[in-house]
Design a protein around this ligand. Structure first.
Ligand code: SAM
Length: 268
């Protein structure tokens, strides 16, 4: 059985300000940062605090999406931030958002394929943060070695990965779970191994699967309430595909067959 490819990010970022997309985000996340992931505002700030982000920090955010989480972090913690994402709709939206929220002097966004060497000098950041994007990026070993390069000594790397295989998953579930683009599924321990191989010292690993289970269900149900507007924008086939994707994320996460972990590591 082949699963049709479903478009998520082009609609989420290209239609960012549309009434239906904004309402779905509000009803999914409570506080709407503009996220397109399994993360709440409280979780994002908690991650930043564990990394030690403050007003003196220069942060690189990999997979910055709509720019909403990066702009929010800069406003809440006073840091400088550079966000990179492959999706041009996301980068365009993010740049406008930084301007509109008055932080364009210290928050900027660039279109970058983060599977390639990053266009930044050695030791130029205090922290690299990435929420729910690593699973989309090819070549994790090289990617982490490049994060190591752009971090200053004792700088911190942080990412979440919702595709750690912690139970039995069928081929149909894998196909549905990966219907919105490139995905890498990994066994438990692989991210710790890759971070250590890149030179990092592991500081912490946290199971953050519950938000994936809860937010996927809430996003599914909120989208169902705005079905008419969303179908008009994205088409019936895409709408149905995304609903199947969200229910699949909910089921495999709630049953802990795919888990989401947060990894924190430090450059030596
Ligand atoms: C699940 S979204 C998370 C976005 C944001 N971090 C958030 O929490 O809302 C994953 C993001 O990774 C981006 N992405 C996928 N492949 C990428 C790549 N090779 N380089 C940079 N960004 C990539 C996608 O465009 C998308 O914005």
């Amino acid at each position: 059985m082949s699963t049709p490819s479903v478009i998520l990010y082009d609609h989420a970022y290209g239609d960012f300000t549309s009434g239906a997309e904004a309402a779905v985000r509000r009803e999914t996340y409570g506080e709407d940062l503009g996220q397109s992931s399994w993360m709440t505002a409280a979780e994002w700030l908690g991650f930043a605090d564990r990394i030690g982000v403050d007003a003196s920090s220069n942060v690189l955010e990999v997979g910055s999406g709509s720019g909403g989480p990066g702009v929010y972090l800069a406003l809440q913690r006073g840091c400088r931030l550079t966000g990179v994402d492959l999706n041009e709709h996301g980068v365009r939206n993010a740049t406008a958002l930084a301007e509109a929220r008055g932080v364009a002097d210290r928050v900027r966004f660039q279109t970058v394929d983060a599977s390639r060497p990053l266009p930044f000098p050695d030791a130029s950041f205090d922290a690299v943060m990435s929420n729910d994007a690593m699973c989309h990026i090819k070549g994790r070993g090289d990617v982490l070695r490049d994060w190591y390069r752009v971090l200053r000594p004792r700088g911190r790397a942080f990412f979440t990965d919702a595709l750690v295989i912690t139970g039995a998953v069928s081929h149909e579930e894998i196909a549905t779970r990966s219907s919105i683009g490139f995905y890498l599924f990994v066994p438990p321990g692989e991210n710790e191994r890759a971070l250590t191989a890149a030179g990092f010292t592991m500081l912490a690993v946290e199971d953050v699967t519950q938000n994936a289970a809860d937010l996927s269900r809430r996003r599914h149900d909120a989208r169902a309430r705005y079905a008419r507007e969303l179908v008009e924008r994205e088409g019936q086939e895409n709408f149905d595909g995304l609903q199947r994707f969200l229910m699949c994320v909910h089921t495999v996460s709630a049953e802990r067959r795919l888990s989401r972990f947060a990894y924190l590591a430090e450059k030596r």
